[in-house]
Design a protein around this ligand. Structure first.
Ligand code: SF4
Length: 466
């Protein structure tokens, strides 16, 4: 099923403590709660008395770390990362944290996002003698920090984040400090939490704060760098010239419903989107069901607004590893059936509204509609809690190129016909923004309307649209 969704990006997490050297275990627990953001590799780096030790491997957090490894990663600062590869191959050399050693010590760097000028900077750095060992954007950032390091850690990071362009939430450990930086548009999320012992946490999502026992303090602001040490939090605004453009897809699909991102509950925003969808695309039906999991809140909202009872119609098998699913057509079809099965007794003889969070290629929607009709649904009405996806993302989300986005080349009626539904309705961009309680001055909605919050380089633009 995942083959027909936007792919999640990465998750970052860091903990600073004055009292404990046993933080990597907590980071591992926190990373498990961020696992939905990346399942290809996981890593943790711990800072202890000037030294950085790290371990990273391909696989899920629970498979990568065991007791012995976590025992070897003691330290008063620990940072971790889960990765889905949006740039760079899926290989352990591209896993994070990325640790670089320099004359004065070591830096461990984790990054969620994607730079739009990484290739240009990489070329320039290579011309001036830098050697790259990975194909990830994060190494470009690490090399820039190393190049600027004579300025001191603070100035070198500040200079670096002013040179890079794109989406980035960075969590860095160096010189006994835990550092968080969010890009000038605030595209990728990053929040701050506080532990009962006064320790501080940086995380992609607040659901990981709950797991490590921290309280949400606030989000890191767009264009802000925070430096955390025994004195607390130092905040530096390094760029306040860009418009806020938080990624709206965090609320639609990427983030966990129990997270609060930039002050908005993900679960509540999805319920609100479902209510708006019911108002914008009403239909007579007997049951509202969700495509689990990310469609559940919107389906409940749709049911509340329409008065049509919400029920369970599709059962998700949660125990499917990504590597098991081979990328050929037959395996993909098997995978859809393996991942989602119809609860026939709830569907047979009924007019069904099925709520999904998005339609990307349309192939999965077609299979879901077929499966519901085969199970005896008399009508199937597809309702989608995101607007029609027409443009690719350049900011750390793996999207197909424009040709493969069904909403880009086909009208809504053509998509309805393609997926075989009796009716199809997408929430409007306006309705979606209202469900998050924001306007298009606060959010990136570029995958719906092509209004990118920064210039997209011509060569990237050309490749993505081919
Ligand atoms: S283009 Fe879409 S997926 Fe990418 S950052 Fe903007 S809203 Fe998010």
């Amino acid at each position: 099923m995942n083959c027909d969704k936007f792919k999640d990006e990465c998750g970052v997490l860091g903990i600073f403590s004055k009292t404990s050297r046993n933080l990597s275990r907590r980071v591992a627990f926190g990373l498990i709660s961020l696992q939905h953001r990346g399942q290809e590799s996981a890593g943790i780096a711990a800072y202890d008395e000037g030294k950085v030790r790290h371990y990273k491997e391909m696989g899920l957090v629970q498979d990568v770390f065991n007791n012995d490894i976590l025992e070897s990663l003691k330290g008063t600062i620990s940072v971790g990362h889960v990765r889905y590869s949006t740039t760079g191959e899926s290989h352990v050399s591209n896993a994070q944290p990325l640790v670089i050693n320099y004359r004065g010590g070591s830096i461990a760097l984790t990054h969620n996002g994607n730079l739009v000028n990484a290739d240009k900077i990489r070329d320039e750095l290579e011309l001036s003698g830098s050697i790259f060992q990975t194909s990830i954007d994060t190494e470009v950032i690490a090399n820039l920090i190393a190049k600027n390091y004579s300025l001191g850690f603070k100035e070198s990071i500040l200079k670096t984040v002013q040179q890079i362009k794109g989406a980035f939430a960075l969590v860095i450990v160096c010189e006994g400090k835990l550092i968080g930086v969010r890009d000038p548009n605030g595209l990728r999320p990053l929040c701050i939490g506080k532990l009962p012992d006064g320790g501080l946490v940086l995380s992609s999502e607040s659901c990981a704060l709950d797991v490590v026992g921290a309280e949400l303090v606030r989000d890191v602001k767009n264009g802000e760098m925070v430096i955390i040490d025994e004195n607390g939090i130092e905040s530096i605004t390094y760029d306040d010239s860009k418009r806020v453009a938080h990624c709206i897809f965090e609320y639609v699909y990427f983030a966990r419903p129990d997270s609060i991102i930039d002050g908005v509950s993900v679960s509540s925003s999805r319920r609100c989107a479902g209510k708006t969808l019911a108002k914008e695309h009403p239909v007579d039906a007997d049951i509202v069901i969700a495509v689990p999991d990310s469609g559940i809140d919107a389906a409940i909202g749709f049911g509340q607004e329409s008065g049509i009872p919400y029920g369970i119609g599709l059962i998700k098998n949660k125990y499917i590893g990504r590597t098991f699913i081979q990328p050929d057509q037959e395996s993909r079809e098997l995978a859809v059936r393996l991942k989602l099965n119809v609860l026939k007794e709830n569907i047979k003889g009924k007019r069904v509204v099925v709520v999904d969070d998005s339609i990307v290629r349309g192939t999965t929607s077609r299979k879901i509609v077929d499966a519901l009709k085969n199970a005896g649904a008399t009508e199937v009405h597809m309702r989608v809690s995101s607007a029609s996806v027409k443009y690719p993302c350049f900011f750390g989300i793996d999207t197909p190129n424009r040709k493969q986005l069904v909403g880009s080349s086909k009208s809504d009626e053509e998509v309805r016909e393609l997926i075989g539904a009796d009716s199809l309705g997408y929430i409007s961009v306006k309705g979606l923004l209202e469900s998050v309680g924001k306007t298009n001055c606060d959010m990136c909605t570029a995958c719906f309307d092509g209004d990118y919050p920064m210039d997209v380089p011509e060569e990237v633009d050309k490749n993505m649209f081919e």
